[in-house]
Design a protein around this ligand. Structure first.
Ligand code: URA
Length: 251
């Protein structure tokens, strides 16, 4: 397993510590601090900018101890349809967590895919990286293959590219291409960089198309090529470095 943090600094800001522990983004961590929920060596701290020694200091949130994971893990899963993206489902439906190996750390999904969507889903225990990969500011690219019922015209591709109103707001510019099309069905590739809920399905629905199949083939430059449906693999250290560079986290 990759020791991504080998040699990392030990004195860091408290909000960064909480983010790296996977509790919150840095901004949310600041809010937790201001709300008086965070203790440092037994004393509540409410001022921002306090630094901690991650090896020596004792940090608690809501009276529970917080420790940094001894290692950061990133996994990539080729999600099959029919699995819900959640850590735990009270209704006992199948979840993506069942497809992962047993790990010494607790990972969580980076963003979401609908239960019926297949394809690339990333998991990590690095809260800050996950936050940045899903934050609109970083415009992380997602590439989908979308099968719809009916023939998609060129003018409809243009509309997908220029932006379509869904939920009262226009979608950001996208790239849309035909992979094949006939009277019964069309297969498109659609690259977007927003991550709005059900975005692709809603974009096609707004043009009058019913999505038959949706698959994410690439996320942040990573692809599911060579990975069978239902299988996972660990990211290589150079892939993790690239994600960090992309999101301004590389040293
Ligand atoms: N857009 C959708 O509509 N669904 C997904 O699962 C992902 C993107």
């Amino acid at each position: 397993m990759s020791r991504v943090y080998a040699g990392r600094k030990t004195i860091i800001r408290l909000n960064k510590f909480l983010a790296q522990a996977g509790l919150a983004s840095r901004r949310e961590a600041d809010r937790m601090i201001q709300e008086g929920r965070v203790r440092l060596n037994g004393r509540v701290v409410t001022e921002l900018g306090v630094k901690v020694d991650e090896h020596k200091d004792r940090v608690e949130v809501d009276n529970r101890p917080v420790r940094l994971p001894s290692e950061h893990v990133c996994l990539l899963l080729n999600k099959p349809a029919g699995y819900i993206v959640t850590l735990d489902d009270p209704q006992q439906r199948k979840t993506v967590m069942e497809l992962l190996p047993r790990l010494p750390v607790r990972v969580f999904p980076v963003g979401r895919l609908d239960a019926e969507t297949e394809g690339l889903l990333l998991f990590t225990n690095d809260g800050e990286l996950a936050h940045r990969l899903t934050h609109p500011r970083y415009e992380i690219k997602k590439l989908y293959e979308v099968k719809v019922k009916g023939f998609v015209e060129d003018k409809e591709l243009e509309k997908l590219e220029k932006g379509i109103f869904i939920d009262g707001r226009k979608t950001a510019p996208a790239r849309a291409r035909i992979i094949y099309r006939n009277r019964e069905k069309s297969l498109l590739s659609l690259e977007i960089h927003e991550g709005r809920k059900h975005e692709v399905r809603k974009m096609l629905y707004a043009l009058g198309f019913e999505v038959r199949k949706l698959r994410r083939v690439s996320f942040a430059g990573l692809t599911i090529k060579g990975l069978r449906r239902g299988f996972w693999r660990r990211l290589r250290p150079e892939e993790v470095d690239r994600l960090k560079k992309m999101t301004g986290l590389a040293d």
